[in-house]
Design a protein around this ligand. Sequence first.
Ligand code: E4P
Length: 218
Amino acid sequence: MQFYLDTGNIDEIRELADWGVVEGVTTNPSLLAKEKDRGDYRALLAEICEVVRGPVSAEVIAEDAEGMVEQARSLVKISSHIVIKIPCVPEGLKATSILFEDGVHVNMTLIFSPLQALIAANAGASYVSPFVGRLDDIGHEGIEEVVKMREIFDVYGIDTEIIFASTRHPEHVLQAALIGADICTMPARVFRQMVAHPLTDIGLKRFLDDWGKTGFEI
Ligand code: E4P
């Protein structure tokens, strides 16, 4: 399973990209609202694409298919890494099927059910993003919806990739890996939490203390 970073913050992207495990980035309008002082949208996306040499999802904000397609065609000129995020609504499906013919990769977003994922795949989406955390927030078992998506895609040999999204904590990442999500996108906070373990810190301190007693040098 690949790890994507779910942020528009270039400092976080630079920091985590240096770990060598960030294979893509997902952004959305709410994440970008936090970056409004960082120059213009296109410049920020270009910078992200320079740092992360993998798919970078950029969302359209038009509400009709024609507008979505126009914005998508403009955004893909920024970099060959750009993937177009389109919401799972009828106009979004229409735009996705047009962009599929153009060879533009679409990440269909705001997916909450297996049937939305299937219809997105049939429209030609390269990725679907089920928002697991938001389903959990309203008392559903978000993970169960992703399990069903995986099953349907496997039964029909659908190669649209499942991006486990709206990831709230490391347990979500573990669940994503166990049920066969292709990708898990998460905030920088969850990346850091995944790596941290108190026994690692205690063990490292003990090793360094003991090394100090040896008098050896490397
Ligand atoms: C995914 O692509 C979305 O940007 C994201 O995961 C949404 O997460 P949220 O529910 O924490 O806003």
